[in-house]
Design a protein around this ligand. Structure first.
Ligand code: AMP
Length: 409
């Protein structure tokens, strides 16, 4: 299960739900139920709810009671019906196979009285934490009120672990040692550690997506950790232009050309192989119906825009991926939402799947690469799909996440 003794040591240091017997106890679990809802307030993707089920079930199986708290959406000021967690109660209940009680607040006398009444096997869902400004502000009084609802605090919301909010971090000040990670958090940390500190070499990071500006910090930090960095997506054209190429109407950040050059120089200095596309699939419009043509990446014609990698790049990237023992993938290779420009992303996903089948460890994370893996139905062909987004990127950058620190300290 563990790739090294150092990793095993880290995993053993983490206080997880497995080290606690919840019999006769009430657990207050911070989950991430921030699920997308359609205009009829129906859940369109229940991945986050399903992810939390093992943690809830473990507590119930032990003979404990569960109080669930989460945020949903971005309420501006106070309660808003469309962001109420009441919309997920019946789905959660179906998934758990038991009734779920719901209360339309998360603190106050009524909530305390409902929490007091809970018996072994009961599940209570509180209302959206962000109906109180105190949640995001990390307010101590609010956090303390939440902490009083149960005997043990469980943090299982990796998606918000990079925020020092009342329910994700500050609350830990009021629970003594009665705190631990749920399975989602433990799994995320365990798998991210396999890349950040325990990765078997060679380690390759594949960075795609729209803009270099949103990936600078992570690319710079990864230079100290990985052997190869593969660049794809819109940001490739900023690199190509910086090196003197013509990129036509491709997405370019003209104010980041120097930065692209300095990343190239830094990679050289640190002995990191930086792979930039050599060819490009170009379109005469940003449309799935556009005419297409292939060119070298530095010879995109005027009026044409590069929307995917092409064959030469694909085979170079496949070779680099197959010779890696640890692979991190963040961001698509092209405009994968349009079928005409999804091939590069699909090809890279397949190469990662093949490397994984040969025994390499692969972690996919960040909104759009996760969406791509789902679109191609390849979730089971990579080692781990991180649900973290911003939290995952900050962890990879080497930051100590407030939600993780709160439990570890
Ligand atoms: P990000 O959120 O930065 O990971 O960017 C993901 C977005 O980048 C996706 O919506 C892609 O369609 C887009 N993208 C990828 N390649 C290109 C490209 N060559 N030109 C414009 N957009 C791109």
């Amino acid at each position: 299960m563990f790739s090294s003794t150092k990793q095993k040591a880290y995993f053993c240091r983490m206080k997880t739900i497995d080290q606690i017997n919840f019999e006769g106890k009430k657990a207050l679990v911070r989950v991430d139920f921030n699920v997308p809802l359609d205009e009829n307030l129906e859940i369109t993707d229940d991945t986050r709810i399903c992810a939390a089920l093992p943690t809830i079930k473990k507590i119930l199986d032990d003979g404990g009671a569960v109080i669930l708290m989460s945020h949903l959406g971005r309420p501006k000021k106070g309660p808003e019906d469309k962001f109420s967690l009441k919309h997920i109660v019946s789905h959660l209940s179906d998934k758990l196979g038991c009734p779920v009680k719901y209360i339309n607040d998360c603190i106050g006398d009524e909530v305390t009285s409902e929490a007091d009444k809970l018996k072994s096997g009961d599940v209570l869902l509180l209302e959206n934490l962000r109906f109180y400004d105190e949640e995001k502000a990390g307010d101590k009084t609010f956090a303390e009120k939440l902490s009083k609802l149960a005997d043990i605090y469980v943090n299982d919301a990796f998606g918000t672990a990079h925020r020092a909010h009342a329910s994700t971090a500050v609350i830990a000040d009021f629970v003594g040692n009665n705190k631990c990670f749920g399975y989602v958090m433990a799994n995320e940390i365990n798998n991210l550690e396999k890349v950040v500190n325990e990765g078997e070499r060679p380690i390759t990071a594949i960075m795609g997506g729209a803009k270099v500006s949103s990936k600078i910090t992570i690319i710079t930090k990864l230079m100290d950790k990985v052997d190869k960095i593969i660049i794809g997506g819109g940001m490739s054209y900023t690199f190509a232009k910086a090196m003197g190429g013509s990129v036509g109407a491709s997405l370019v950040e003209n104010d980041k050309l120097d930065l692209a050059l300095s990343l190239i120089a830094e990679a050289k200095e640190k002995g990191v192989e930086l792979l930039i596309p050599v060819d490009s699939l170009n379109a005469d419009a940003f449309s799935n119906d556009a005419n297409t043509a292939v060119s070298d990446i530095d010879k995109v014609e005027e009026g044409w825009m590069g929307l995917d990698i092409s064959d030469k790049t694909k085979s170079l990237y496949r070779e680099a991926i197959l010779s890696s023992k640890t692979i991190l993938w963040n961001g698509p290779m092209g405009v994968f939402e349009m079928d005409k420009f999804a091939e590069g992303t699909k090809f890279v996903a397949n190469a990662i799947a093949d490397a994984t089948a040969q025994g390499s460890f692969s972690l996919v994370g960040g909104g759009d690469s996760v969406a791509a893996v789902k679109k191609f139905n390849m979730q089971d062909k990579v080692s781990y799909v991180s649900t973290g987004g911003g939290a995952m990127l900050e962890y990879l950058e080497g930051k100590e996440l407030p939600g993780v620190k709160a439990i570890n300290n």
